[in-house]
Write a new protein. Structure first.
Length: 248
């Protein structure tokens, strides 16, 4: 008599990072039968950040996830980018979605935090296990699996570990070594921060571009705060930055 076939073991996956890529990947891995854990060092989903464009095939993916209606509802519908000279006089105005080649009838732009929250809500009540206020401390891949030591002291073993923890990734550092070996400066630095919308901007921005630097403020819809950008070439090692003031 043959033994009854045992059900196949669900392969375990650890994803480091619960921003955009992490929860989006968790959605599909869970859908295809993986046992998914997402670890995030922040205490909860981070709601800040610059608006994100969802375009082209990304729209198709969002639709397949059943998230297109709430994503469209969160569309910030930016209108125009206004360019000014050093005295603040208007040089020209460009409809923002024409400037970036966006399909205005299909593409969507929404706050990063809104998209992160939608992806989190789509996965937190499924088989995905979220662990906040923790992160990967040690990693050892023996070819058959990966042993992980967490900052919390927890020890776990996974079939697959995926780093979705952005720039200066701890996961990538553990696997590949110091980022200095792979990071190459292109001579520019970017800085983004929020500030009060004391100019009354709405669904658009003002940009001043000079030789070697750019500064601007951008209102996300009718938000009471905005955000400025600055772009400077780094000809020597000095603390300069590209700042983008975002109202919202």
């Amino acid at each position: 008599m043959s033994k009854a076939a045992l059900p196949a073991r669900r392969r375990s996956v650890l994803i480091s990072g619960a921003s955009i890529a992490g929860p989006a990947l968790a959605f599909w891995l869970d859908r295809h039968g993986f046992d998914v854990t997402v670890v995030e060092r922040a205490p909860t989903i981070r709601t800040g950040g610059y608006p994100i464009d969802v375009r082209g095939t990304a729209i198709d993916v969002v639709e397949r996830m059943g998230l297109l209606p709430p994503v469209r509802a969160a569309h910030i519908a930016s209108r125009a980018m206004t360019f000014v000279d050093g005295a603040g006089a208007v040089i020209g105005r460009i409809p923002i979605y024409e400037a970036i080649g966006s399909d205005t009838g299909r593409d969507v732009e929404l706050p990063r935090g809104t998209l992160a929250s939608l992806l989190y809500d789509a996965t937190r009540n499924s088989g995905v296990d979220y662990r906040f206020s923790d992160s990967i401390d040690t990693l050892h891949d023996d070819g058959a699996g990966v042993d992980i030591g967490f900052v919390s002291g927890r020890q776990e073993r996974y079939d697959i570990v995926i780093g979705a923890d952005g720039l200066h990734s701890r996961t990538r550092h553990l696997v590949f070594g110091p980022e200095e070996s792979f990071s190459h400066s292109l001579g520019f630095c970017f800085s983004l921060f929020s500030m009060p919308n004391d100019r009354g901007l709405s669904q658009g921005g003002i940009v001043h571009a000079d030789a070697g630097r750019t500064a601007g403020i951008w209102a996300v819809q009718d938000s009471p705060s905005d955000v400025p950008p600055f772009l400077y070439p780094l000809k020597r090692r000095v603390p300069v930055f590209y700042g983008f003031g975002l109202m919202g």
